[in-house]
Ligand binder design. Sequence first.
Ligand code: ARG
Length: 605
Amino acid sequence: ETSTSASGSAQEPAAPLQGAGSVKQQISNLVALSLRATVPEVDVEPIVEVCTGKFGDYQCNNAMGLWSKVKGSGTSFKNPNAIGQAIAKNLPACDVIESASVAGPGFVNIVLSKSWVAKRIQDMLVNGITTWAPILPVKRVVLDFSSPNIAKEMHVGHLRSTIIGDTLARMFEFSNVEVLRRNHVGDWGTQFGMLIEFLFEKFPNWEELGSQAIGDLQVFYKASKQRFDEDAEFKDRAQQAVVRLQGGEEKYRAAWKKICEISRNEFDQVYKLLDVQLEEKGESFYNPYIPQVLEKLSSQGLIEESEGARVIFIQGHQIPLIVVKRDGGFNYASTDLAALWYRLNVEKAEWIIYVTDVGQQQHFDMFFKAARMAGWLPDPKEKKFPKTSHVGFGLVLGADGKRFRTRSTEVVRLGDLLDEAKSRSKSELLQRLTENGKIVDWTDEELEQTSKAVGYGAVKYADLKNNRLTNYTFSFDQMLSDKGNTAVYLQYAHARICSIIRKSNMDVEELKVSGNISLAHPDERVLGLYLIRYAEIVEEACTNLLPSVLCEYLYNLSEMFTRFYTNCQVVGSPEEPSRLLLCEATAVVMRQCFQLLGITPVYKL
Ligand code: ARG
């Protein structure tokens, strides 16, 4: 296997990945060596999982599969259990594994060495959590998320896409993958004719308008749509405007730009509130590439004429994928094909990920298949990358079980939603601090920042903790509760750990270097083992594109910490130095989880 260094310097030695990657990756490396020694004649990938039973920490499940490969081939092994025994025996001697035993038909249970676990935690405390980054099999991904439509509502669905996409981006970035965060805004299409004509009509001085001047864009959109539907003469002008815009006529392009700019300003406000970075490459960006991309597909014989439109027939689908409409115009699918071509060939992304509601699954399924037919993507059986994935998510529901809406407006304004979460968390905080007589310890600035972190974090976490495919019910009461699996509960848990550390008279920074972590108590060991699983959790969340995996880990970690803290005295005990380090490590890992979830951790609550 060859390894390419990130810095690209040829001089650098191919460093053995000692200590790099997740614990699971490291155990897998050791198991791979054992497999080579045990059955040199067979080439298999190590199968390593976290142990479900109580006889080990990790387990290797290769023996059974190997048995079915070697039995009857003159092998000296009598049964799968014997292969398991040999795998256990051939594990290289090292400081990682304390012991290995075999159970049942050949499960190899591996017990990690306590001192190795302790050392790994201490290394992380000294050198930073980035040393716990997993190693992923890709270097560059395109993440297409948020992607609202200009002059249409940015609805809760776009909020979900923004939150889920941002978390995925953060997890990949943490894993040293370059992420091209793409906002594929709907900034092109026939609706612009109508919008432009309406702009000319309503605002003859449109060129001088500031970005706030036309007021609410959604109201503007609705009004122009009404005009379009009611007045045939207006409709006519609107349709001509599309042609003139697409023909590149100056005035029409300027008006289009103006509308996009106003829209962009509104979107940017939400991104700023959410602290989300995105680079806009809207549909219009790919428009010039469409003809050549369709030309290529056509020359491969993939595009056919059907009822006046140009289409691609796709196996398993009744209706073909339309790539040129009957009026000769391009559509959502042609744009997505051109964008995919661009992302593969110009941006050279190995994994292209799209975050939208599940309702669009068919669209993605179809154009992914078209790309495979064109040979842009390899057969997944032969090569894993480049590949495309659709990250679908369910609806946001209101308390009535219907699509989420607020009382006053039909559409939910994202800004208002976040504001409400913040003000609710602020009044709860104020009330609690007043009751406890602690209000005097807080500055206004602190109050403000904390309620923002707690409130916004609650909205994000409520979305991320569910399996994204299920619909979820939006409830301020639930997400802002300090009990159960909520961001508020987790913020409290983290702040409590910080306060334990503050209350001790020892200097944690000093301890990181000079102290020693011991995992003598069973609850210390369990906590330590769970801490070092962090990297493989991020790895799993990235591989399966499931932020909920990280949420679950964060919640379990806080529960394990509670058990540890209940059963192991920290401050004032002889073990205080070691246990403080465990507190600190838990706080660091929790903060890093918050960070990846786009939540600002608070240190005092
Ligand atoms: N603008 C679309 C919508 O609001 C989402 C775009 C998703 N990205 C893509 N490449 N199709 O539904």
